[in-house]
Design a protein around this ligand. Structure first.
Ligand code: 13P
Ligand code: SF4
Length: 305
C-alpha cells in the first residue's frame, strides 16, 4: 500500500488538474474525509453538488447519494469510487411496489427519504432527508402520507405532525435498527455523565433514551456547540471521526460496536485515486427516470431553502 500522504498528494494534484470536486459523507473513513472539499450529511451534499460549478464530481458515499447528485445535475459527470457501495435500506423499496401502495391510498402524498433509488423518487411527490423530514411533511399539509422506505424515520417524524396520518413502508437501516435500548442503557451505566445523541433511523423504543435526536450534521453541530464533554454516539462510527477531527477534546463513546456501515467503509484513498484516473464508476441513469426523480428532489430543495 502506498504511503497515505503520497496518495493524498496525488489525489489533490489530479483533482485540481481535472477541475474536479470531491465530496464525502460523514460516515466515510477518516482519510477520505480529509481529502474532501466538503464533508456533510445527505442534504448538505446534495445541495452543494447542485450549485457547485465543477463538472466532475467524485462522490465518496453510497450509490443513492451519487445518484441524487446526477439527477440534480445531469450535465455533470458523477463518479462513485466503489461501484458496490450501496444502501441496503434504499434497496428495500422499488417503484412497482410503491405504485401498488399509492393505488391503495390514492389520497396520500408520497414522501421518500433521500435514501431511496431513482426509480422510487420518480414515483414520489417529494423527497426529504433526516435533517428536514419534519419540515417537509409539515409543508405538505396532507391528511395522509406514505413515508418510504425508513419506517423508523417515518415514525419519528409522525410525532411532530400529529395532524397527518402516516403509512409507513417496511424498510429500515440495519446499522441503526440493530441498536436496542439495552445497549444504550449499558453505555449510560459505564458513562453516567455522557449525553446521548441519536440518529432518527434508530427504533422508537431506543430513541426514548436520547437527549438529542438529529441528522449526522445536527449531531455533529450539537456536540461541538455543547459545553458538555462526554457523549454516547448512536449513529455510524464515522461521525466520531468527524467530531475528533474538529474537536479532539470531546470524549465520545459509540453506543454499540456494530454501528458501522460496511458500504460506507468500502471507499478508500486508493479507490478515490483510481476513480479520478479512470473516471470510474460513472453514474448513468435512464433519462426518463431521472427527469421524473428530479422534480421530487427539487421540490425538497425549494421547500426548505
Ligand atoms: P444523513 O441524512 O444524516 O446524512 O444520514 C444518511 C444516512 O445514510 C444515515 O444512515
Ligand atoms: Fe444506508 Fe444505513 Fe449505511 Fe446509511 S448507515 S448508508 S441508511 S445502510
Amino acid at each position: 500500500m502506498e504511503n497515505i500522504d503520497i496518495l493524498k498528494e496525488k489525489i489533490i494534484k489530479l483533482k485540481n488538474e481535472k477541475q474536479a470536486v470531491i465530496v464525502a459523507h460523514t460516515y466515510q473513513p477518516r482519510e477520505v474525509q480529509e481529502i474532501a472539499d466538503l464533508v456533510g450529511d445527505s442534504f448538505q451534499l446534495s445541495k452543494f453538488c447542485a450549485t457547485d460549478s465543477r463538472k466532475l464530481i467524485v462522490f465518496c458515499g453510497v450509490h443513492f447519494m451519487a445518484e441524487s447528485a446526477k439527477i440534480l445535475s445531469p450535465e455533470k459527470k458523477v463518479l462513485l469510487p466503489e461501484i458496490s457501495a450501496g444502501c441496503p435500506m434504499a434497496d428495500m423499496a422499488n417503484g412497482k411496489d410503491l405504485i401498488a401502495m399509492k393505488e391503495k391510498y390514492p389520497e396520500a402524498k408520497v414522501v421518500c427519504y433521500i435514501n431511496s433509488t431513482a426509480e422510487v423518487k420518480a414515483v414520489s411527490d417529494i423527497c426529504c432527508t433526516s435533517s428536514n423530514a419534519v419540515a417537509i411533511v409539515k409543508s405538505l399539509k396532507a391528511k395522509q402520507v406514505i413515508f418510504v422506505p425508513d419506517q423508523n424515520l417515518g415514525a419519528y417524524v409522525s410525532k411532530f405532525v400529529p395532524e397527518t396520518e402516516f403509512i409507513l413502508w417496511n424498510g429500515y437501516c440495519r446499522v441503526h435498527h440493530q441498536l436496542d435500548s439495552q445497549d444504550v442503557f449499558n453505555r449510560k451505566q459505564e458513562h453516567p455523565e455522557a449525553v446521548v445523541v441519536m440518529h432518527p433511523e434508530c427504533r422508537a423504543e431506543t430513541l426514548e433514551f436520547a437527549d438529542f435526536v438529529g441528522s449526522t450534521k445536527a449531531i455533529i453541530d450539537y456536540v461541538l456547540n455543547s459545553d458538555e464533554e462526554e457523549f454516547i454516539i448512536a449513529t455510524e462510527t464515522g461521525v466520531i471521526d468527524r467530531i475528533n477531527m474538529l474537536d479532539p477534546s470531546k470524549k465520545l463513546y459509540l453506543a454499540n460496536e456494530r454501528l458501522l456501515c460496511r458500504n460506507m467503509k468500502k471507499t478508500n484513498l486508493e479507490k478515490v485515486l483510481l476513480s479520478l484516473e479512470k473516471e470510474q464508476y460513472e453514474i448513468d441513469l435512464d433519462t426518463e427516470i431521472m427527469d421524473k426523480a428530479r422534480g421530487c428532489l427539487e421540490r425538497m430543495l425549494e421547500a426548505v431553502k
